[in-house]
Design a binder for this molecule. Structure first.
Ligand SMILES: *[C@@H]1O[C@H](CO)[C@@H](O)[C@H](O)[C@H]1NC(C)=O
Ligand SMILES: *[C@@H]1O[C@H](CO)[C@@H](O)[C@H](O)[C@H]1NC(C)=O
Ligand SMILES: *[C@@H]1O[C@H](CO)[C@@H](O)[C@H](O)[C@H]1NC(C)=O
Ligand SMILES: *[C@@H]1O[C@H](CO)[C@@H](O)[C@H](O)[C@H]1NC(C)=O
Length: 349
């Protein structure tokens, strides 16, 4: 009697699971009408793309995405493109691609009441994430500036980051953006020693420590830092990036590994919109054990794990770059004021 009851229960639970999953369409493998064509790619209908370890995961993703009718999968790059069309006329022979048609009902035929999972984004599961903004850009799969899922350490725990895909060719991962509403008081509870905190890039309160950024450098790989800031009342933009060469790497080592206050001139480039006094006067940078205008990054008294934000550049007494949460915020000035809309950004590539 009890056993029958148990069986009944199990059956009900299984039945519920089965129907429930079927309604959501989560069993693509059982779709009898699914068609796959090797060596083909559908052009002009990609709604989103992501990385998928295997073609079957790309298919699963398409099935979960309401708008997805077909997909292209490139085995070499593991890029999975989801299409919102199945027009045969846009199908072209393309080496290395697999084209899959889910034979789903078209948009207009899908009942508006059907339950759907949230809109798919690149890397919306642990198996489906990019490596870095740079890699995504290099693969030609940028969708413009915005958030992307990455898992640089292949940990199976992807997270979102903001990618700048336009400045100087793009591929920049945002570490921190301080877009001030007020100056946050320093509190060590906002120190982050895990690079995943860059997910919270717009939280001006947090300071991602140099050690965490260096960890990201080792795991994800990057060669350059880029600083951009602007204070309205100063009306100048500071916008510079370190050069991808040994002089630039010395700056990265100084800011992220061990302070050495390296040579300023020839270590960075100005971006087009830079109008700062700092960037045009590298020879006068530095405050090195009491000596000023020594052509060096940073300030010798500032060597803690915030030095990537705090007194990054000084040209005493009137020009500085600093934006540590809780500390003074300078952008090509030395005034202890900031107003709403003033911003500071740090990117890596
Ligand atoms: C983002 O910020 C929130 C709130 O401060 C915090 O709880 C969360 O752990 C942060 N996320 C990461 C990945 O650090
Ligand atoms: C800000 O600077 C620009 C030149 O860089 C100038 O054209 C503009 O008038 C300035 N705005 C204010 C409010 O001073
Ligand atoms: C900063 O925030 C303001 C207001 O929220 C917004 O208009 C502006 O675009 C932001 N600036 C940046 C660089 O994010
Ligand atoms: C920096 O230079 C190296 C070697 O030339 C190159 O492989 C790498 O892609 C460059 N990095 C960036 C961010 O451009």
């Amino acid at each position: 009697m009890r056993i029958t009851l148990l069986f009944g229960w199990c059956f009900l639970v299984l039945f519920w699971f089965y129907t429930h999953n079927r309604v959501q369409g989560q069993c693509p493998a059982y779709s009898p009408k699914f068609v796959v064509q090797h060596g083909y790619r559908l052009y002009g209908h990609v709604i989103t793309w992501l990385y998928a370890e295997k073609e079957v995961l790309c298919r699963l993703k398409c099935n979960l995405e309401k708008r997805c009718l077909t997909f292209n999968y490139e085995e070499a790059t593991r890029v999975c493109e989801l299409n919102d069309a199945d027009d045969e006329k846009d199908l072209q022979e393309t080496q290395g691609f697999v084209y899959g048609d889910m034979k789903k009902k078209r948009k207009s035929e899908v009942a508006s009441t059907s339950t759907t999972p949230p809109t798919s984004r690149p890397g919306s599961s642990s198996l489906l994430a990019g490596h870095s903004c740079k890699k995504i850009k290099d693969l030609g799969d940028s969708r413009g500036d915005g958030e992307y899922w990455i898992d640089p350490g292949n940990t199976g725990q992807p997270f979102t980051v903001y990618c700048d895909m336009t400045t100087d060719g793009g591929g920049w991962t945002l570490i921190k953006r301080s877009n001030l509403t007020f100056i946050y008081r320093y509190s060590s509870e906002f120190d982050r020693n895990d690079y995943r905190a860059i997910s919270n890039y717009s939280d001006a309160r947090q300071n991602i420590l140099t050690t965490a950024i260096q960890d990201l450098r080792i795991t994800m790989g990057f060669d350059q830092l880029r600083y951009r800031c602007r204070k309205k009342r100063i009306n100048r933009t500071l916008h510079i990036m370190t050069i991808n060469d040994t002089a630039g790497y010395e700056v990265l080592d100084h800011l992220l590994v061990q302070p050495t206050w390296p040579t300023a001139c020839n270590s960075f480039e100005r971006l087009q919109d830079d109008t700062s006094i700092l960037a045009r006067n590298c020879i006068k940078w530095g405050d090195y054990f009491g000596n000023r205008e020594v052509n060096r990054w940073g300030k010798s008294s500032n060597k803690g794990r915030h030095r990537v934000y705090n007194y990054v550049i000084v040209l005493e007494p009137n020009h500085r770059l600093a934006f540590m949460s809780g500390g003074p915020h300078y952008c090509d000035d030395s005034l202890p004021f900031a107003s709403i809309g003033d911003f500071w950004e740090l990117y890596v590539r």
